[in-house]
Design a binder for this molecule. Structure first.
Ligand code: DPP
Ligand code: ZN
Length: 851
């Protein structure tokens, strides 16, 4: 497939200021008539024809200015129509088959309803159109359908008209006054009901809100609605952004490739990020719903009012919007836990991407299939990069700069460069060198040396950005690091300093220290880098027990854990973990959620990333062994936490949430030390659970054990929630996560279960994405786990290429893995490469992985 390059950007020859779409909707066949008003683009070179993208469309007719035309031609899937200079009205009629659309891009059927997904290039699967984000149009949409099957007809913007027609049919027309790119178009037709509410904006606009679901799901929509209202308020208060239509609708869809989609005024969501009640959703699920509702809502400004010029600029909207949703969650629930969780995801998902064969800058230079670039790099590292600008500017100046950005570019398709320039002008920063964060891939590594002399401590910092595919040589980037120096006597520090490392090597001296202080660095994770420092075990134990920056405290504990898990097995290293854990267990000032965070072991994905040569089997033994050791050492403490937190775990509000978190972690340690004690405790927690957090917490422990308790709980869980797809996803996930000897065989069985289906992305991810992260299943020494994932990729390759391609990077990580397994992983990639017709998505990922 062709490579598309950022530097080749050209504006489109035509503008399409208005489009009208007339849909005759049906599950099997839908007819689409598009009426485009086109005018020459004064900013582009004139063209004698217009080129319209298409994909899988049946063309019925083309007319220009009211006259049928036959002088059009096709180039591949595209439609090219000759046009004389000047303004024209173009009419194109097409037919599509929603039920046959298994890619879930364009217009497709899900559970008897019709819905759309157009980002990035799905609109061309609905009608012929310049399907690129820099072509902005005002949309009018008329939908006609059977009133029985599709009583609800929604599209972007505001409703203008609806009515009944002959033969049990009806219609609705919607109009969106805000010009938008085609990727933000949406329609929904189905038998849905809404939870409705109202929101009055700061400027006095009355907005009607709707959360649309199937009727049986209505009781699980109140959290989504509350989250939406909180999002609207927060964006007004924190970023000065007001909503701009009379309607805001959210629709939940069971079959969805992404988490959700920010279509103007009509967000379409994966059910997973809408539906939640205590019985069926965990505390984490509740937070995820709120975070994603916030994210999509915030896109109304960072994405919709200001959109992207081309897809290389994706991080312009995604990085910024991820940062906005992270800040939203921090403000609502506290910054510390949220920051620790966000960094955990960054390290487990983005760091491996950045050091692997698919490493790319947050603003990529080229792609074959843009769907492959909806990555943790573009999203999460993109957010970190903007967070650094915020750190450098300070909150108030950052807000001024973001106001300037929205003011300058409202209504435009902008670039990352536009954003950076607004940051410079609005916040008074010089970001000349900082722009390298947009250009270079790879996670910078910073080494820290300390020298103490007189009363001064000198930190010598060195940075290096590793070579990545296509980028052998890297330049230093500015790295803002928040530091504090703890006095050994008092155990306190005298304030934080922000230092900026912007050279390959640089020294910073701090005087006034009568003894060598203890360094706390990258507090709050101000920079997305790997820090390697020489620090004594005792100093880490001190920081893990005392650092007043929660992130840094957690980090010190993680460093202790990594030192043991990645180093040569060493009694002293383990003992230090025990000492730190003791202090954490005894610290009454900690809430139980933070205590649980501090006592959680690093995820396998991060351990793999930090290993020079990853031996998955050995790592399981080492990590689970440490868990057993901690469980034995603090057996009484964990048992008593599990007992005493039972009542608090039933409380409402943060206290209950904190208790639930610690209680399930304690249960895990009890079971790791002594499965015979853990199993009945877990079963009791399962049976007496008052909500999904407790129930899932117990089942997660049981799923890893053997015996009748496990079987009873798994069977009960399945029957109890048989009619709730999202909970059955959990049932698959819990079993696929288990670190059991024969988990791979069990996953094979689960794939044969009547409730398993390849047609639902959530179900596929619930089993296989989880399996790909389970070291005992995926890395089974026989290679059968790799084969399973390769078979999955081949099965989904054409059916749902986007979903298929998501599984390739797990195999692509073979360079890190011990040679025996690495060869097996590579062999599976080669098998895919030779398998014949590959989708663009899979082919790009596989060839990158093979390198
Ligand atoms: N729907 C995806 C997101 O919000 C893509 N824009 O990130
Ligand atoms: Zn987004």
């Amino acid at each position: 497939p062709a490579i598309i390059r950022r530097k080749d950007y050209e504006p489109f020859a035509w503008r399409v200021p208005e489009i009208r779409l007339d849909f005759d909707l049906g599950l099997e066949t839908t007819r689409v008539e598009a009426t485009l008003k086109v005018t020459p683009n004064p900013d582009a070179e004139a063209a004698p024809e217009i080129r319209l993208d298409g994909d899988g469309l049946v063309l019925e007719s083309v007319a220009v200015d009211g006259e049928q035309r036959t002088d059009w031609r096709r180039e591949g899937e595209a439609l090219i129509v000759p046009l004389s200079p000047g303004e024209h009205v173009l009419n194109v009629a097409t037919r599509i088959a929603p039920s046959a659309n298994t890619q879930l891009m364009g217009l497709y059927a899900s559970n008897g309803m019709l819905c759309t997904q157009c980002e990035a290039e799905g609109f061309r699967r609905i009608t012929f159109f310049p399907d690129r984000p820099d072509v902005l149009s005002v949309y009018t949409v008329r939908m006609e359908a059977d009133a029985g099957a599709f009583p609800v007809l929604l599209s972007n913007g505001n409703p203008v008209e609806q009515g009944t027609l002959e033969d049990g049919r009806h219609f609705a027309e919607w109009h969106d006054p805000w010009p938008k790119p085609s990727y933000l178009f949406a329609l929904v037709a189905g038998d849905l009901v809404a939870r409705t509410d109202r929101f009055t904006t700061c400027g006095g606009r009355e907005v009607e809100l709707g959360v649309w679901v199937r009727s049986e799901d209505l009781p699980r929509t109140s959290h989504a609605m509350e989250s939406l209202k909180r999002s609207m308020k927060w964006d007004e208060e924190t970023f000065g952004r007001e909503y701009d239509l009379d309607r805001f609708n959210i629709v939940a869809v069971g079959d969805f490739n992404m988490g959700a989609m920010e279509n103007k005024g009509l967000n379409i969501f994966n059910t997973k990020y809408v539906l939640a009640d205590e019985e069926t959703a965990t505390d984490d699920d509740f937070d995820a719903v709120e975070g994603v509702i916030g994210h999509e809502y915030f896109h109304n400004w960072s994405g919709n009012r200001v959109t992207c010029r081309d897809w290389f600029q994706l991080s312009l909207k995604e990085g910024f919007t991820v940062l906005r949703d992270q800040l939203f969650s921090q403000d609502l629930h506290g910054a510390a836990i949220k920051r620790i969780g966000d960094v955990r995801v960054l390290r487990a998902v983005q760091f491996p991407e950045d050091s692997g064969p698919f490493a790319h800058p947050i603003r990529p230079d080229s792609y074959k299939e843009i769907s492959n670039f909806y990555t943790a790099t573009v999203y999460n590292k993109g957010a970190e990069v903007i967070r650094m600008m915020r750190e450098l500017a300070g909150e108030a100046a950052f807000r001024k700069a973001s106001d300037l950005y929205f003011e300058r570019h409202d209504g435009e398709a902008a670039t990352c460069e536009d954003f950076v320039r607004s940051m410079e002008d609005g916040a008074g920063l010089d970001l000349a060198q900082f722009r390298r964060w947009y250009e270079q891939a790879g996670t910078p590594k910073v080494t820290v040396e300390q020298a103490y002399a007189g009363d001064a401590i000198t930190l010598t910092l060195r940075q290096s950005v590793p070579a990545t595919p296509g980028q052998p040589d890297k330049q230093p980037v500015p790295i803002p690091l928040k530091v504090a120096l703890f006095d050994r006597e008092s155990g306190a520090h005298s304030g934080e300093t922000l230092i900026v490392l912007d050279k390959a090597e640089q020294s910073f001296t701090f005087d006034g220290h009568t003894s060598a202080p203890i360094l706390s660095i990258n507090r709050g994770f101000t920079a997305p880098v790997v820090i390697e420092r020489e620090i004594s075990r005792d100093d880490l134990v001190f920081l893990a027990g005392n650092d007043d920056d929660s992130f840094a405290r957690h980090e010190a504990m993680q460093e202790l854990l990594l030192a043991y898990l990645l180093g040569d097995e060493n009694e002293d290293a383990r003992e230090a973990i025990g000492t730190a854990a003791e202090a954490i267990l005894a610290d009454d000032a900690l809430d139980h959620e933070m205590r649980a965070e501090l006592l959680s072991l690093p995820p396998f994905a991060y351990l793999a990333e930090r290993s020079e040569v990853y031996d998955p089997g050995a790592m399981v033994v080492r990590r689970e062994g440490l868990k057993t050791w901690l469980g034995e050492r603090f057996a009484d403490r964990f048992a008593s936490l599990h007992d005493t937190l039972e009542a608090p775990a039933r409380e409402a509000g943060p206290v209950g949430k904190q208790a639930r978190r610690m209680r399930s972690l304690a249960l895990g340690y009890v079971a790791a030390a002594d499965p015979a004690k853990g199993a009945p405790r877990a079963l009791a927690q399962y049976r007496e659970a008052q909500g999904m957090t407790e129930r899932q917490g117990a089942l997660a422990v049981l799923a890893g054990l053997d015996g009748p308790e496990r079987e009873e709980a798994l069977a009960d869980f399945y029957t109890r929630f048989a009619d709730n797809a999202l909970v059955i996803d959990k049932w698959f996930t819990l079993q696929a996560t288990a670190l059991r000897e024969d988990v791979l065989g069990e996953i094979e069985q689960l794939a044969q279960h009547p409730s398993f289906t390849m047609s639902n992305p959530n179900r596929v991810r619930a089993l296989y994405a989880v399996m790909a992260g389970n070291p005992l299943a995926f890395h089974d020494a026989s290679g059968a786990g790799y084969r399973m994932i390769a078979d999955l990729i081949l099965e989904l390759n054409l059916k749902n290429p986007q979903l298929a391609a998501r599984f390739v990077p797990s195999l692509g990580r073979y360079r890190r893995v011990e040679p025996g397994r690495a060869a097996l992983m590579r062999a599976e990639l080669e098998r895919i490469a030779e398998a014949g017709e590959l989708s663009r998505d899979v082919s790009e990922q596989v060839s990158a992985s093979l390198g």
